[in-house]
Design a protein around this ligand. Structure first.
Ligand SMILES: *Cc1c(COP(=O)(O)O)cnc(C)c1O
Length: 360
């Protein structure tokens, strides 16, 4: 069996050790004679799985006690609606629009209240993070929203915006557990796990307790009230048991590999290999030129020729370097180099790019 180097933006590469462990446990989880896929979410065994997963993510992110960790479904996209429904008291919030996902969240919030575009980088195809030191935030805004790592465009907030005292809500789907976070700087920090953590179908939302309220918008579906899930320990209804289990294995893997400081160091090292090459290449160039705005997770790059882009993606795949085609709105290529991408994968990619450059 030949495993490829998978540069997909998501669902994406998972640690091989984790996949092998899941394989070993697939038919008989810890001697209980059944698979995690077959057991009741109300069983003692599953309770232990979800409790352990929660404790491990609390340890990894050093989550303060006044924050709840919720394991939710519906994708990050559903949170675009759940967040305004739960948080908009004044029916007004500020959005920093740095990419497609932030824009979609901004647009979704319009259904529920006034969503104000505080800043945007759309004028240059979202290739930079705008200055967020003095945004037009008004007193009546319920929160300020960002997408911390812009999966499609390869930008990342290296510094959080000045929210002028308003609660910060952040979508960290594509940089989840890739770097340490000071959770106390956020009201809500959440992400779909399928980019950097686990299998698709699970969103983990870390929410400060005072934002979990009864007085949500009156039409809020029971399932979308944060309080519903918080009161029931994410077991109000049947959760995505398999993804919670897999994420739990990934949390153990992260702990065994030195935690988030070490992950950040590894991610910086991997990204540097790729950006250094791109900055010196005569054929390829990175689309994000502001060094401090560059994502460590998603690296878009292009040549000046559509034909060469297509040829590169095709030949790379023939050499075991797959899913390098860029998002349709950017074109070119994108290498997603999440936690589970080994350094050798990035080195192989750069070697191949160098060879391709010489041949073309
Ligand atoms: C992929 C992605 C989403 C969408 O996630 P779904 O789980 O498919 O809804 C939202 N935000 C970011 C930053 C993403 O990368």
């Amino acid at each position: 069996m030949a495993r490829v180097y998978n540069f997909s933006a998501g669902p994406a590469v998972l640690p091989e050790e984790v996949l092998l462990e899941a394989q070993r446990e697939l038919l008989d989880y810890h001697g209980c004679g059944m698979s995690v896929n077959e057991m009741s979410h109300r069983s003692k065994t599953f309770d232990n799985i979800i409790q352990t997963a929660e404790q491990d993510i609390r340890d990894l992110y050093n989550i303060p006690d006044n924050y709840k960790v919720l394991f939710l479904q519906g994708g990050a996209y559903q949170q675009f609606a759940a967040i305004p429904m739960n948080l908009m008291k004044n029916k007004k919030a500020g959005y920093i629009v740095t990419g497609q996902w932030a824009k979609k969240a901004y647009q979704e919030a319009k259904i529920y209240g006034e969503s104000v575009k505080l800043a945007s980088s759309e004028d240059k195809t979202f290739t930079y993070i705008p200055d967020c030191s003095n945004l037009p935030i008004t007193d009546d805004m319920d929160y300020v929203y960002i997408c911390k790592n812009n999966t499609i465009y390869g930008t990342h907030f290296s510094k959080l915006p000045n929210t002028k005292g308003k609660d910060l809500v952040a979508d960290v789907s594509s940089c989840f557990l890739s770097e340490p976070e000071d959770i106390s700087k956020y009201g809500i920090i959440y992400g779909g796990v399928q980019k950097n953590v686990g299998p698709a179908g699970l969103v983990i939302s870390i929410i400060r307790e005072d934002l979990i309220r009864d007085d949500v918008m009156p039409f809020t579906p029971t399932m979308l009230k944060f309080k519903t899930q918080a009161d029931k320990g994410s077991l109000f209804n049947t959760p995505n048991c398999w993804s919670i289990y897999m994420c739990g294995l990934v949390f153990k893997w992260l702990k065994a590999n030195g935690g988030l400081k070490e992950m950040q160091a590894r991610n910086q090292e991997k990204a540097k290999i790729l950006y250094d090459y791109l900055d010196n290449s005569k054929l390829f160039r990175p689309t994000v030129t502001n060094v401090e705005d560059r994502s460590l997770m998603n690296v878009p790059f292009v040549t000046d020729s559509e034909e060469l882009n297509a040829k590169f993606v095709k030949e790379a795949a023939e050499n075991g370097l797959v899913s390098l085609k860029g998002h349709r709105t950017v074109g070119g290529m994108r290498a997603s180099i999440y936690n589970a991408m080994p350094k050798e994968g990035v080195e192989k990619l750069v070697q191949f790019m160098d060879k391709f450059e010489k041949e073309n």
